[in-house]
Design a binder for this molecule. Structure first.
Ligand SMILES: Nc1nc2c(ncn2[C@@H]2O[C@H](COP(=O)(O)OP(=O)(O)OP(=O)(O)O)[C@@H](O)[C@H]2O)c(=O)[nH]1
Ligand SMILES: C[S@@+](CC[C@H](N)C(=O)[O-])C[C@H]1O[C@@H](n2cnc3c(N)ncnc32)[C@H](O)[C@@H]1O
Ligand code: SF4
Ligand code: SF4
Length: 318
């Protein structure tokens, strides 16, 4: 079992399979990075699997594939199949912008993917164009429908921004409710790479807006990033509030980037290179690095201190 210095069990790994993305969301990567990593610097699926096998053997139970946009990397389904075969009980999930799901959902489900979290910030075509800097809404909505149709467990993620999409909170909730899927509203995490001037809407304001239409009660928090709330009719939605004092108390995760760095926390730039050990097939060394990362996980982020992170979301996978 992997336990950090604050007695938290680490049983969740988020794997960014690529830093590349077909979107340019204003809160994440509004400007194309000047240089992409050359292909040879990126871990192969085989190398990622060697590491993940080690982590699973150490007690990791949940693996989430993310990016950049994970579905721009070729043959993701092959990687998913290998992981799913290695451990059938793994909570194997994907976080995606949804653009390629119409074509990919079925093949991913067949490969063993269980769950997919899809980013949806607006239901308006022109607002989507403003947030993503590309006309994407129709494809994303088709992708959501397809994922539901093939039987994947779907959640929606919505980053709420003042003056951009904060007037759509109840519309987005109603959309998710109609589809029978959970939506989580995410507080914008201040980031040096984001478009300057984006203003966060905090959890209190989000809940106030929802209370103009619905009664709800808070559910007991599990070992997840999100808090959940239940409407009177039983529908459940969530809020992710990294600025809250107790957010990091239940942290159970570390991250692996496409370039082979292990990252103890989403906020801080600290990272550990595991690529060399994996390329040399030095599993003992890789295991040592994994333990170091877990041991050195910080207690909490600095968003709670109202600081700004310079860690790029498209590298860490969010
Ligand atoms: N600050 C912070 N944000 C996180 C963390 N994990 C996820 N998030 C943010 O929460 C949002 C949703 O993340 P997802 O990729 O859907 O993953 P998840 O919340 O673990 O998903 P579930 O397994 O369905 O609970 C994204 O904006 C992430 O950046 C974390 O450890 N710290
Ligand atoms: C970096 S993306 C990678 C996966 C995929 N491309 C997607 O958008 O779902 C993972 C998550 O990070 C979130 N995210 C990115 N930048 C953020 C920010 N500055 N604040 C809050 N969430 C952010 C996205 O909304 C998404 O839910
Ligand atoms: S949030 Fe996801 S879709 Fe948007 S730019 Fe970042 S990686 Fe791409
Ligand atoms: S901000 Fe860091 S410590 Fe807090 S939940 Fe996220 S990864 Fe864990």
């Amino acid at each position: 079992m992997l336990k950090d210095g604050f007695d938290r069990v680490i049983d969740y790994i988020r794997v960014s399979v690529t830093s590349r993305c077909n979107f340019r969301c204003i809160y994440c990567m509004p400007n194309t990075p000047f240089e992409w990593q050359p292909h040879e610097d990126v871990l192969s699926y085989e190398e990622m699997f060697e590491f993940l096998r080690l982590a699973i053997d150490e007690g990791v139970k949940k693996i989430r594939i993310t990016g950049g946009e994970p579905l721009v990397r070729k043959e993701l389904e092959v990687f998913i199949k290998v992981l799913s075969k290695y451990n059938k009980n793994l909570d194997l999930a994907l976080t995606t912008n949804g653009y390629f799901l119409k074509e990919k959902a079925k093949i991913l489900k067949e490969a063993g993917l269980k769950r997919v979290n899809i980013s949806l910030d607006t239901l308006k075509k022109d607002v989507a164009k403003k947030i993503v800097q590309k006309d994407v809404l129709e494809k994303v909505l088709e992708g959501i429908d397809e994922a539901i149709k093939v039987g994947l467990k779907v959640k929606l993620n919505c980053v709420v921004m003042k003056g951009i999409n904060d007037n759509e909170i109840t519309d987005l909730l109603d959309y998710a409710k109609d589809k029978g899927v959970i939506i989580r509203f995410i507080e914008f995490m201040e980031n040096e790479r984001a478009y300057p001037g984006i203003k966060r809407v905090d959890s209190k304001e989000i809940l106030e807006e929802i209370s103009t239409k619905y009664n709800f009660k808070e559910l007991k928090k599990e070992n997840e990033a999100s808090k959940y709330y239940k409407l009177d009719d039983g529908y459940v939605f969530g809020i992710i509030e990294p600025h809250s004092e107790d957010f990091c108390k239940s942290c159970n995760r570390i991250r692996l980037t496409a370039e082979g760095y292990l990252i103890p926390c989403l906020f801080f730039t600290e990272s550990y290179n595991i690529k060399e050990a994996l390329r040399k097939k030095d599993i003992k060394k890789a295991a040592e690095i994994l333990r170091d990362v877990v041991r050195n996980k910080p207690e909490k982020n600095d968003w709670q201190e109202e600081k700004i992170s310079d860690r790029a979301f498209w590298e860490t996978g969010g």
